[in-house]
Design a binder for this molecule. Structure first.
Ligand SMILES: C[S@@+](CC[C@H](N)C(=O)[O-])C[C@H]1O[C@@H](n2cnc3c(N)ncnc32)[C@H](O)[C@@H]1O
Ligand code: SF4
Length: 506
């Protein structure tokens, strides 16, 4: 721990106050609050993911034989490891239970990752014409693979990925398995320069409510272990707020403690999303854990986070991310700017040219697909330039800036007039500003960015997207309700069709 007096949080405000202070804003830019930030987008509820035929997928793969049709120069690789040693009550990421009885599953999973990596790196010429910007090993919790498998995976990647020594390389873990010294040494030896993991909260009651089974001491061990292993890169911690029963004061104290005690390079901040088909939502409805703060309380928390982190030397690099570095990470740039992404592993998402894909959602299906065709995707399909524009627009409020020349280069596509109208309405609501060369999010926009993302996405939603959108949106008349969640018709509907809603992805 490295607290010092000058590091202690100050209360200085850096921009006008909207929801805090003597006279909080009465007029709100939107009538509904969307509580779900779209880091789970752009695949969610908009695209018909019914599988194209294997022949069509093979044909789309064939388009990657040449460099024609590239939308940009750069590419990154995302590798997904779904295992976690326990499941947190809120989480809906693509996960798989840790194989306690048969650890060889972890060895096989690593073998299959290497096979899928080799397919793209050896057999897909398009990949070789790109400039590699970054590698992100995410999950789930890749730390569960253990030191030996991670060593094997990283040694292999080092041979295959161009510019290995200079690119950004991120590794994800849950604190209780990440803290192992053998693993931390392997990560440092292979030059991983960003380590990301969930702190979420340091408050024991809130940790219990949300189902975090690792201990605060595990988090301390990660920071101490990284320092001992000589790690010089970035520590990126997830921080959640608006937990069941959490008051504004508790949230502020939690944030203050995280910043004071750990000084992470980056904080990714998420208001708890009460996904209706996950246990946390059920626990709230059954009264087993308290209701979270109402919508006004949520807005105040969002604003406090923004003010406090900016006053403490963090930069707001993308909507939910605050970093000591002024620039965005390569990973975030790729995800928000719709760069090319090679998706490896269960549930991983890929983007190449104007095509998108998601890998199979279960370990068995993913392995079977690789045995059959060496790549696992069964969904690779083109979304055309119209689809590309829609995705750029959904992501821009998160990415913070939209280049005017990029936007206007899509003026010929079908959705351009509708997207222009939505952008115009956001300028009217003053959630973003216009400069000579770009549109730029302002503080009010950051606090409301899920709403902005939802606006761009709404015209394109399928029935499942519309239903879940209703659940995540809360109308003005409910903003002061003490009881935020009840078993409504929408919730019952979602409960009945749980299998229709895809896994979230970071
Ligand atoms: C892949 S995990 C982070 C790494 C590691 N598995 C861990 O939990 O320590 C993804 C992160 O997304 C955030 N997240 C996932 N589901 C969420 C939800 N329903 N509401 C808010 N944040 C969520 C949490 O901050 C979580 O730590
Ligand atoms: S939050 Fe992290 S550790 Fe918890 S279930 Fe999700 S991926 Fe696993």
């Amino acid at each position: 721990m490295n607290a010092s007096t000058q590091d202690v949080i100050t209360k200085a405000r850096v921009a006008p106050s909207y929801y805090l202070g003597e006279s909080p804003l009465k007029d709100h830019p939107f009538d509904n609050v969307n509580t779900c930030p779209m880091y789970i987008i752009p695949n969610f509820g908009t695209l018909d993911w019914d599988k194209p035929s294997p022949e069509a997928v093979a044909k789309h793969m064939g388009r990657l034989k040449d460099a024609q049709g590239a939308l940009n120069e750069e590419i990154m690789m995302y590798v997904h490891v779904p295992f976690c040693t326990s499941y947190c009550h809120y989480c809906n990421f693509a996960r798989d239970r840790f194989p306690w009885r048969d650890h060889s599953v972890l060895d096989s999973y690593t073998d299959y990752l290497i096979r899928e990596i080799d397919y793209y790196m050896d057999e897909v010429p398009y990949v070789h014409t790109r400039r590699f910007t970054s590698l992100y090993i995410g999950g789930g919790s890749p730390s569960t693979l253990g030191a030996a498998n991670v060593d094997r995976l990283l040694s292999h990647l080092a041979k295959k990925v161009p510019d290995w020594d200079s690119i950004e390389k991120t590794f994800t873990g849950e604190p209780k398995t990440l803290k192992e010294t053998g693993l931390l040494d392997v990560l440092v030896q292979h030059g991983m320069n960003r380590i990301t993991f969930g702190i979420e909260s340091l408050n024991p009651t809130h940790r219990k409510y949300i189902g975090r089974t690792d201990k605060v001491e595990d988090i301390e061990s990660v920071f101490d272990g990284l320092a001992q292993a000589g790690f010089k890169g970035d520590t990126c911690a997830d921080f959640m707020f608006n937990h069941p029963g959490q008051t504004f004061e508790e949230m502020a104290a939690d944030l203050e403690q995280v910043v004071r005690e750990f000084q992470p390079t980056e904080l990714d901040t998420y208001n708890t999303i009460y996904v209706p088909y996950r246990p946390l939502h059920k626990l709230v409805i059954k009264g087993k854990v308290p209701q979270p703060a109402n919508i006004r309380g949520l807005l105040q928390m969002r604003e406090h986070l923004y003010d406090t982190l900016l006053a403490n030397g963090y930069h707001n690099t993308i909507a939910e991310t605050y970093s000591k570095r002024p620039e965005r990470s390569q990973y975030q740039t790729a995800h928000c700017a719709r760069q090319d992404i090679i998706g490896i592993g269960v549930g991983a998402r890929g983007n190449m040219k104007d095509m998108v894909s998601i890998n199979p959602a279960t370990t068995d299906d993913w392995m079977k697909a690789i045995d059959e065709s060496r790549y696992s995707t069964r969904t690779l399909q083109t979304i055309k330039r119209d689809g590309v524009l829609k995705r750029i627009m959904v992501m821009w409020p998160r990415y913070m800036t939209l280049d005017k020349s990029l936007f206007e280069s899509f003026s010929d596509v079908e959705s351009f007039p509708a997207m222009s109208r939505i952008l115009e309405s956001h300028l009217d609501k003053q959630v973003c500003d216009e400069t000579v060369s770009e549109y730029r999010m302002n503080k009010l926009g950051v606090l409301w960015h899920p709403n902005m993302q939802w606006d761009y996405m709404h015209p394109d939603l399928n029935i499942w997207g519309k239903v879940i959108g209703r659940h995540f949106g809360e109308g003005k008349r409910h903003w002061d309700d003490a009881e935020r969640f009840q078993r409504t018709r929408t919730v019952r509907f979602i409960d009945r069709f749980t299998d229709k809603y895809p896994k979230l992805m970071k």
